[in-house]
Design a protein around this ligand. Sequence first.
Ligand SMILES: [Zn+2]
Length: 455
Amino acid sequence: MKQSRKGAPGALLTNANVLDYLPPQMNAAPDPRVEIADLRIAGGRIIERGRGLAPHEGEEVRDLGGRTVMPGLINAHHHLYSTLAPGMPPPANTPRSFQDVLTEIWWKLDRALDPEAIRISAVSGAWDSLRCGTTLIFDHHSSLTSVGGSLDLVEQGLREAGVRGCLCYEVTDRGGPGSRDTCLEETRRYLQKTAAPGDGVPAHSVPWFKGLVGAHAGFTLEDGTLDSLAALCTEFDTGVHMHLAEGSTDREICKDRGWPDPLERLDRHGLIRPRSLLAHGVDLTPLDLQTIEEKGAWLVHNGRSNMNNGVGRAPVDRFPPRSCLGTDGLDGNMFGELRTTFYRGNETGRGPLGFHGAERFWIGGYQLAREIFGEPFGSLDAGAPADFLIGCEDQKQPLHQGNWLSLLLFGMQPRLIQEVWVDGAPRYRRGDPAPYDGQACRAAAQRIWDRMANL
Ligand SMILES: [Zn+2]
């Protein structure tokens, strides 16, 4: 395992039952397919796909005996900083609204984080995700008393786990102008760092990390800050990753402040644009959804988080074509997220979302990754990143062209994953020890919980 983490010369996986969703051409329409194939892997990519491929000298050859291989999962909206939250003492004042949930829980947690807690939250949360088959996380980070360098700590944690990341810092005005400027500076620093391959990284390799401009939500951002965010998007030719209309709070605060409605306000400031990633989108009008579609921005559905926070039901059946799924910090289980999205669509009568909707949201994650990374994620053909999971030998039902979505919705569980590969090497094999010290992790959790009690 240790040796392969550093990168083996190459591998040939034979007799894989391969599911993939998109052709390798970057702008191709989804075309899910299942077929038995051999995959040759080198330099972090799949370099050949076919039947009966002959081994090359020095190549590690493994016969998968028909086991399932599918692209690593994409989590389009996560908060690794919240990894240590489960089990924390309840807040002194019981939250009665979504705003209370923010002020009593999350805005205390993100102030309690220290650098070591940020790193260990990232590595332990990324490890959870990896074991559930996720190989790329779009993370939305906040640590208001440890802002400078915090994205490097998140990156370090992801590297230790072996998971790719698209990172950003949640810029906000809730700490005052000085704090906001520190958030903007961290954003700029990380965008500069990830704009080009690092020293010694071959130009043709698949990037492990990308950056986005990050922001909390419109209702904690002043107009001038929105302008600064838009300027960063333009300067780095990218989009903003932020919360939008997570329940009615966004709209209510806009009304109180005399601002336009949330989506309109962001649009006026130039933030609804290609590569922008808007999480939740619960309280949006049909016109808002049309604007998001026309401007080419992405909407991320976080069904389980919406249910947990009681913010309402997102109009998922009207979400634009650029839509995908994220866990919003709840856990790393994207199969669970997909399943909940589908169940929720059926809850009040089968219909509005259906199989097609679930497929669209699932494949959307790969299309988002393509847009941000410029790499053919979602394909397991020659040229694609070698990011995939291998199923167990004891998988109960056969996987074929006609049932892949049904198996994902009703059959796939993290416990059916045997291995997860990222960048052409296994980063997780069932039974591997965790890449962090559990005792140190629990100590970090207790430390931040204790701190939270005094905030
Ligand atoms: Zn979120």
